[in-house]
Structures are given as C-alpha cells and as structure tokens.
Design a binder for this molecule. Structure first.
Ligand code: BGC
Length: 316
C-alpha cells in the first residue's frame, strides 16, 4: 500500500493507508463532510466555511481563515489542572508542548497515524492529512494530531420466534449489531472509545464494549471479571473492518480522530448474541439494531457497518 505524503501534506485517495485499500471507504473519508459541519459540537462555535473543492491543502484558498478553538477544559487552570488525556497547550505550556514527539511513539502514547507514515507539522502544529476543516486548534480533542479510538462491531443474525434467520426480499439474512446511544449528542453509534496510552487495541475493544454495552463500570469486581471472561473467547476471533481516519464532527485542522474497527460475529447466536445488554459510561441506551442502509449513525460508523454487511453477504 502506498504511504507517501505529497509535498504539502495532503494525501491523495490512492495514497491512504486505510486497511484493505477499500476505495469506497477512502472516498467517503476524503471529503470529510462531518469534519466540516457548520457548528462545532461544543460551545456553539462556527467553522469557517470550506467548500467541497477547497478541502485539499493542495488547492489554493487565499481567504482561508479558520476559526481558532481549543476547549478551556483541555487547557486547565491552577485550581483545576488539565485532564490526563489532554496534551499541553502551546500558549500556556510552551516548553511541554515543544517536547511532544509527533509521528512517533511518545513514551506510552502512540502519536503515529494510521493514515500516513508522516503527517505534516506546520508552525509546530500537526496538519490534518485529509484537508481543511474550517477550525484550527484542538477543539475538544485531547491530542494534537491523531486521536486513536477502537470500535467493536458485535453482530448476530436477526431471527424469528422459531430461531430461523430472517431474510429480506432478496433472500439475504438480516444482521443486527450492538448499538449504543451516545450521551454527548444522542446519536446512535458503535460502542467504541479512546485507546488509553500504553493500551493495546484488543484490550480497548473489550473494555469499551464492556463499559458501554454491558455496564461493567457499575459491577462488583467479581461480576466484572466474570463478564469480561465470558466475552474474551469471542473477542479473540475478530476480523479487522477498517483502520484509518474517521470523518468525525470534532476534527480540526490540527487534531483528528482515527480508529481501528473490528467485527465480532456470533454466527449461531448462542454466545455474544445472548448477552444481556445494559448501557453504561458514555452510553444512555443500548440495543441490538437491525441493519439496513437507512440507518443514521455517528461519524463514519454507517460506512463501517456497510463493510460488515458486505463481509457477511447480508441484507442492506
Ligand atoms: C468513539 C468511537 C468513534 C471515534 C471516532 C470515539 O469517541 O467512541 O466510536 O469511532 O470517536 O469518531
């Protein structure tokens, strides 16, 4: 797979490092429509408008003057230091900011991108490899540059009361996936989350699924341990669906979301398919959602679900 960056940091679609070279997914990310949404998802901040033909850094856009915004909660004060997941801010902690190791492993934290081997650093700041977003700064994202997430897509077949797989009019089985309702914006989503510093992705996938879809955070330590063990075996047999950029409304010119999405499928419906779901942590609802192309989901999750449908030859 090609990995090089062009001279000004903009990546051509054919150069994206996203998993399996899936061109439909890459094309969807390349326009990053949600990352250019008019109102940033915090504090009613308006982005500078970026027309479709001006997304690429390679296209001149002389009047480009992105709004600057980094959430105050990320910067911290003397009384309330910044949260652990938040990078130093160059205006408040210039010495610490200077020490960040972009495009590299920075202690326990991976600042490498899944999208490109080297993202550009301009005036000290990482540059979004997918192009302009109309907002500079970090918005509400913790890290400058890539912010890594992991998304577990847990699926089973929808069945009738006799246990037979339900089919659509073309004879294709209908898939269901575990879907959560996000607390922050009420949108339905895959129960994913951020990869903690030093954490391996397989652990993030299981932990996030446990916290958001099974509410392990509110279990006793014995119950939690038993629950995590019960899903451990199934979570060993996941298939990678996607690895790369996410078209997320929180993205900015200097900070963006990337994810690794895995499918964990319960063909017989007798293991993961039997789990008792209970929303927790960042989720306020959880359900087995029947999959069809009209689903409205958070960020790029619709595209990931479509990939899973294709992997299983299911109804869409
Ligand atoms: C979510 C993931 C999502 C990622 C990028 C994270 O906050 O938990 O499900 O893929 O953001 O949008």
């Amino acid at each position: 797979m090609l990995r090089s960056l062009s001279k000004v940091g903009q990546i051509c679609i054919t150069q994206l490092k996203a998993s399996n070279g899936k061109s439909s997914l890459m094309t969807a990310m390349a326009q990053h429509v949600k990352a250019r949404c008019e109102t940033y998802p915090r504090d009613n901040i308006k982005r500078f408008h970026v027309p479709d033909d001006k997304v690429s850094w390679e296209t001149d856009f002389p009047g480009y003057s992105p709004t600057e915004y980094t959430s105050k909660s990320l910067i911290g004060t003397l009384e309330k230091p910044r949260p652990e997941y938040s990078d130093p801010d160059p205006k408040h902690s210039p010495v610490e900011f200077e020490k960040l190791k972009f495009n590299d492993l920075d202690g326990d934290l991976n600042r490498c991108s899944h999208v490109t081997d080297v993202y550009e650093i301009k005036d000290g700041y990482p540059v979004n490899p997918m192009g302009r977003t109309g907002l500079k700064g970090r918005g509400c994202l913790g890290r400058w540059g890539p912010n890594h997430a992991a998304d577990p897509i847990v699926t089973r077949w929808e069945r009738d009361k006799d246990g037979k797989i339900k089919k659509d009019e073309n004879g294709k089985g209908i898939l269901q996936f575990v879907c959560i309702k996000r607390k922050d914006n009420g949108e339905w989503a895959i129960p994913g989350g951020m990869v903690n510093a030093g954490e391996i992705v397989t652990v993030t996938l299981r932990r996030e699924f446990g916290e958001e879809a099974l509410n392990t955070l509110e279990m006793s330590s014995e119950e939690k341990e038993a629950t995590l063990v019960s899903i451990e075996e199934c979570f060993k047999h996941g298939k990678e669906v996607y690895k790369g950029y996410v078209d997320d409304p929180r993205n900015t010119d200097n900070a963006w979301m990337e994810t690794v999405a895995y499918n964990f499928h319960d063909e017989a419906g007798d293991s993961l398919g039997k789990l008792k779901l209970h929303a927790g942590d960042d989720a306020v609802g959880v359900q087995w959602m029947s999959i069809h192309k009209g689903l409205k989901l958070y960020a790029s999750h619709h595209d990931f679900i479509k990939e899973v449908v294709e992997m299983h030859g299911a109804s869409w």
